[in-house]
Design a protein around this ligand. Structure first.
Ligand code: THU
Length: 162
């Protein structure tokens, strides 16, 4: 049997335990929920991506009456970074959410499709991505490396080339 590797993450009860830039990134992700367009789910998600040059790029979920046409907050933000030609600068992402229907006091994990997109942008950046997850309140999950700790056994581009 080969060695089994566990994923690793940290859990914080308060953002004050985090460095200032990460506290600000979490606030930016919550602010980003204000522009979410989510009349169908009433679930408002915000993502804030920190770049190596200090810029913060925001995204939020954008729904559509033809349901599959909408897009999650994480991909809206990361595609926006890609569209600006700045993928190599991606370092951190904060993701937060709140609902009009219930109190969201748990961290929200990105959906599978977003994880797959996150891992590809992580590869493009060449640096392990710091991921921060939080609801409107409650504990914060912090992990380093989408490949290492958010999407093990990922579909890899090398599989297309063999
Ligand atoms: N949503 C996100 O924005 N990110 C995720 O990772 C999961 C779900 C959005 C999609 C949809 O607008 C709403 O949340 C409910 O699924």
């Amino acid at each position: 049997m080969k060695k089994i590797k566990n994923i690793s993450y940290e859990q914080f009860a308060s953002s004050s335990e985090l460095p200032t830039d990460e506290q600000e990134l979490l606030s930016a992700a919550m602010k980003a929920t204000e522009n979410a367009y989510a009349p169908y789910s009433e679930f408002f998600v915000g993502a804030a991506v920190a770049l190596a040059n200090g810029e913060v790029i925001l995204g939020n979920n954008q729904e559509n009456g033809a349901f599959p046409s909408g897009l999650c907050a994480e991909r809206t933000a990361l595609f926006s970074v890609g569209a600006a030609g700045k993928s190599s600068l991606i370092r951190k992402i904060a993701i937060r959410a709140h609902s009009a229907r219930f109190k969201m006091d748990q961290a929200v994990g990105p959906c599978g499709a977003c994880r797959q997109v996150m891992i590809e942008y992580e590869r493009l950046s060449g640096e392990p991505m710091v991921v921060l997850l939080q609801g409107e309140s409650g504990d914060i999950i912090r992990l380093v490396g989408v490949n290492e700790n958010l999407l093990p056994f990922t579909f890899d581009l090398v599989n297309l080339k063999k």
